[in-house]
Write a protein that binds this ligand. Structure first.
Ligand code: UAG
Ligand code: ATP
Ligand code: API
Ligand code: MG
Length: 498
């Protein structure tokens, strides 16, 4: 594609003297540059893409977009087409949309934000749309779907270049819909700039990521951007959890949407669940909506999934699926990997792997386990991520201590930090809860084996924090690790001894 076509609509401050180049690829990472690549220099948290303009040019970059006068002059002097712009990430989104020929104009996008429940809700919405015969893309934490093709996901919400590349492939594969998790990092960094959202969902807001956002208010404002539109018109329909304390913030942010639907269990809502019945592997409730009422039955477990189902059904209806069809399809939806995933065994107790990695998610998970366990014990294993919000560690400890009979603190991606230091920060919270039945076992496989060996018939073992993850990252190195596989191995060993 010609340089002039790639920069169409880009608000440039200055354009270089060289006007012709054929662009074969767009990148924001100098290490990806090959001859014919346009390099967009972006300022980041840890470095500045402008430091790598020389490397990009040496690698054969055919054009440069930058917010630095110095980089601009450097590229121009080397007779490479250059554009001086104000915002690197916005520019990346604009040139990528041009380069991929605007797939975002074809796909009707459902965007989901919130602290917890994005992945689950995204899978549910995609499942409902597919059942209704629509071809869809899915972008989120666990994996990426390009209609029927499954690809790994390096991020929950990728950079705009990657979103648009996936969208373009999805359009080629016949997709008319896309469902996407919108992380607060992505909204704050405008990774989704210029991408119109048709239906926007807010799940909930509780503490996480304060290392990045600083305050709960800034975190909420990042989430609210989904409802205002990031470089794009506001979503046509906003779907907001009425039971969450930030509902009003999101509703206000959605003031330009044509329709705002609320959903909830406790507060009055447009999509209202009543008579919730929770069992392992079965959840049911009565649903009333502006389009009629019906009984919803699902194979998913737990009250949090009532919220995820409500949001997903509302979104599907917003996308034109008939309510009665959405409810029929909801009954066929399978649980999401690593979200209340049970590990089968013949020992008479339950082992559950779940992605709870915030204090709110842990509290919800343990409350559910308590209900399901009756008089039996809840054994909770968890850890806290390294190089992430430190202040959530004692809060997670407290949540674990308050609801569990036995607590095992272990490692969950310590990254560059000392796992023992992280564990002791979590321990402080368990101790504050008054729960004395707590142990630290830093080796996660050893800790899981201990939890499994501790369980008696009727007990529930909760293995929290890593869910679907397939690696453990420590000292900067990621090694294969799978909670489900490790738990299954420990169970087989114990079964063999029984
Ligand atoms: C805090 C954060 O979100 N960081 C992401 C962000 O980094 P950044 O803007 O700070 O970029 P940087 O590393 O300073 O680099 C600046 C620029 O220089 C470029 N560069 C850098 C080195 C080089 O040799 N050449 C070069 O061109 C980089 O490609 C980048 O364009 O952009 C980078 C490029 O896309 C991401 O890799 C990086 O993800 C880091 C590794 C990360 O861990 N992100 C997590 C926290 C994240 O984004 N999580 C959310 C989900 C959270 C949730 O909801 O639970 C997600 O959406 O995945
Ligand atoms: N609607 C919900 N409300 C509160 N907690 C939830 C909800 N749905 C799921 N959870 C809990 O949060 C955990 C993470 O869920 P999920 O992966 O769907 O969220 P997410 O928002 O995508 O998280 P992440 O931002 O880390 O990718 C689940 O394992 C469960 O414990
Ligand atoms: N999206 C979250 C996932 C956390 C998962 C947990 N296993 C951890 O490593 O803390 C993050 O990157 O903060
Ligand atoms: Mg997710």
């Amino acid at each position: 594609m010609q340089w002039s076509e790639v920069i169409y609509g880009l608000p440039t401050l200055t354009l270089g003297d060289t006007e012709h180049a054929d662009i074969h690829a767009v990148t924001y990472d100098s290490r990806e540059v090959r001859p014919g690549t346009l390099f967009v220099a972006m300022r980041g948290e840890s470095t500045d893409g402008n430091r790598y303009v020389r490397a990009a040019l040496d690698a054969g970059a055919s054009a440069v977009v930058t917010d630095s006068r110095e980089s601009f002059a450097f590229a121009d002097a080397r007779h490479v087409p250059a554009a001086l712009i104000e915002h690197g990430r916005q520019a990346l989104a604009i040139v990528s949309a041009n380069f991929y020929q605007h797939p975002e104009r074809t796909l009707k996008l459902t965007g989901i934000t919130g602290t917890n429940g994005k992945t689950t809700t995204a899978f549910l919405v995609e499942g409902l749309l597919r059942s209704a015969g629509r071809n869809s893309a899915l972008l989120g934490t666990i994996e990426t779907h390009v209609v029927d093709e499954v690809r790994p996901s390096p991020h929950t919400t990728p950079e705009s270049r990657d979103v648009l590349a996936i969208f373009a492939d999805a359009v080629t594969a016949g997709a008319t819909e896309a469902v996407m998790e919108m992380s607060s990092h992505a909204l704050a960094q405008e990774r989704v700039f210029g991408i119109p959202v048709d239906v926007a969902i807010f799940t909930n807001l509780t503490q996480d990521h304060l290392d990045f956002h600083g305050t709960m208010d800034a975190y909420a404002q990042a989430k609210a951007r989904l409802f205002q539109g990031v470089g794009a018109p506001a979503p046509r329909i906003a779907v907001v959890n009425a039971d969450d304390s930030y509902a009003a913030t999101m509703q206000q942010a959605a003031s330009k949407s044509e329709t705002v639907w609320t959903y909830g269990i406790d507060a009055a809502a447009d999509f209202q669940a009543t008579g919730v019945v929770l069992r392992a592997g079965e959840t049911s409730f009565a649903l009333s909506t502006p389009f009629g009422s019906a009984e919803v039955v699902s194979q998913l477990t737990g009250r949090v999934n009532v919220y995820n189902l409500l949001a997903a059904i509302a979104a599907a209806v917003g996308r034109g699926v008939k309510l009665e069809d959405a409810i029929e399809f909801a009954a066929t939806l399978k649980p999401v990997p690593g979200r209340f995933e049970t590990v089968a065994n013949t020992l008479g107790f339950s082992v559950v792997v779940d992605y709870a990695h915030t204090d709110d998610a842990l509290r919800n998970l343990i409350t559910l386990a308590r209900e399901l366990a009756g008089n039996a014990r809840v054994i909770t294993l968890f850890g806290c991520g390294g190089d992430r919000d430190r202040t959530k560690r004692p809060k997670m400890g407290r949540a674990a201590g308050e609801g569990s009979d036995v607590v095992i603190i272990t490692s969950d991606n310590p990254r560059s930090e000392d796992p023992a230091v992280i564990a002791h920060e979590a321990l402080a919270g368990v101790e504050a809860s008054g729960n004395k039945n707590v142990r630290i076992v830093l080796d996660r496989a050893e800790a899981i084996t201990l939890a499994v060996n501790e369980a008696q018939p009727g007990d529930i073992v909760l293995i929290a924090g890593k869910g679907h993850e397939k690696t453990q990252t420590a000292k900067g190195v990621s090694l294969p690790f799978d909670d489900v596989a490790v738990a299954a191995a420990a169970l087989r060993k114990r079964e063999a001894q029984a």
